[in-house]
Design a protein around this ligand. Structure first.
Ligand SMILES: [Zn+2]
Length: 311
């Protein structure tokens, strides 16, 4: 069986059961199987698999080292790619370039030879740089003058005065939303419907629909020292003011509301702000339960409730 169909068939009864437990069963039209996209919560029948409306989503995005983890609807997947992931991918390339690490895509830059500018791209292999002018972005006369300045300097036997500036543009807020979205999807894949259907998660879904995420609570942290392949989902129990689901994906950690419905995004953002030092660095010691990193939907909370009744 196709992996998507398998994920649909496994998730659909758990979705219905979660709605029943929340008293929302009448939201589904009939006894047929439905699977909701975890981002927009639109419920789809099995035909959506055949028609490629529900597709496999990579968490984090493919270009940031992600793997196929769960089903989302194509529209949410495409919108996120355009609005958020493109910014996260550009930011990662700039960071990696500046840290001398390998960049998996070119970074826009402007080169100056004896003060004459050429627009182009730089890439880093981790061991060296490759710089390249992009002809269609330059006035040919200026590009020729730049070439001549470089040639003249090499004929004279001295180095031209050569500098470059990174000109790649991205929105840090939109890049952050990309990581928050990945964290939300990983938390869903690990814990399931009962977790994301809590009202405390509504603000995340609103954020994913917004075009200007400027009023986002600060629930994301960055740690340059973490390995970019590190992954973890933790249900944080201590300290009490950080009770949450913490999702770590490489350098980024996102704090989402806890599964018991005691914390909100605003409260978490406030607790995190309270533990920042003068340089803005957050230091904390967390303890709680570690969930396995999902490589497919696990629905741990939904399944625990099925086995043991309502907690
Ligand atoms: Zn959707």
């Amino acid at each position: 069986m196709d992996k998507r169909e398998h994920w649909f068939n496994e998730g659909a009864p758990l979705f219905r059961q979660a709605l029943e437990q929340l008293g929302l069963a009448d939201r589904l039209p009939s006894a047929d199987a439905y699977y909701a996209c975890p981002c927009c919560l639109i419920a789809y029948p099995l035909e959506a698999i055949v028609e490629q409306v529900l597709t496999i989503e990579h968490v984090p995005p493919d270009a940031l080292g992600g793997k196929g983890m769960l089903l989302t609807c194509k529209r949410c997947n495409n919108d996120a790619g355009r609005h958020f992931d493109a910014h996260a991918i550009k930011r990662a390339a700039v960071h990696n370039f500046l840290l001398g690490r390998r960049t998996n895509r070119p970074v826009r830059a402007e080169f100056l030879a004896d003060g004459i500018p050429v627009r182009g791209e730089v890439q880093s292999s981790g061991a060296g740089w490759l710089m390249q002018g992009v002809p269609r972005q330059n006035d040919p006369a200026v590009a020729d003058a730049h070439e001549r300045a470089l040639r003249a300097a090499s004929e004279r036997g001295d180095a031209p005065q050569f500098t470059f500036t990174i000109t790649e543009r991205f929105s840090p807020e939109q890049a952050d939303v990309s990581w928050i979205r990945s964290a939300y999807l990983a938390a869903f894949a690990a814990l399931g419907w009962r977790y994301i259907l809590r009202p405390a998660l509504d603000p995340i879904r609103r954020l994913l629909k917004s075009d200007s995420p400027t009023e986002m609570p600060l629930i994301i942290g960055f740690n340059a020292e973490t390995d970019s392949s590190a992954r973890a989902v933790m249900i944080v129990e201590e300290p009490e003011n950080l009770r949450s689901v913490q999702v770590m994906i490489g350098h980024y950690s996102v704090f989402l509301p806890d599964p018991w419905g005691t914390s909100t995004l605003e409260e978490l953002a406030e607790s995190l702000a309270g533990s920042r030092d003068a340089e803005g660095k957050v230091t904390y010691t967390l303890s709680g339960l570690t969930a396995p990193w999902p490589t497919k939907p696990l629905y741990l909370l939904d399944k625990a409730i099925t086995q043991h009744g309502t907690p």
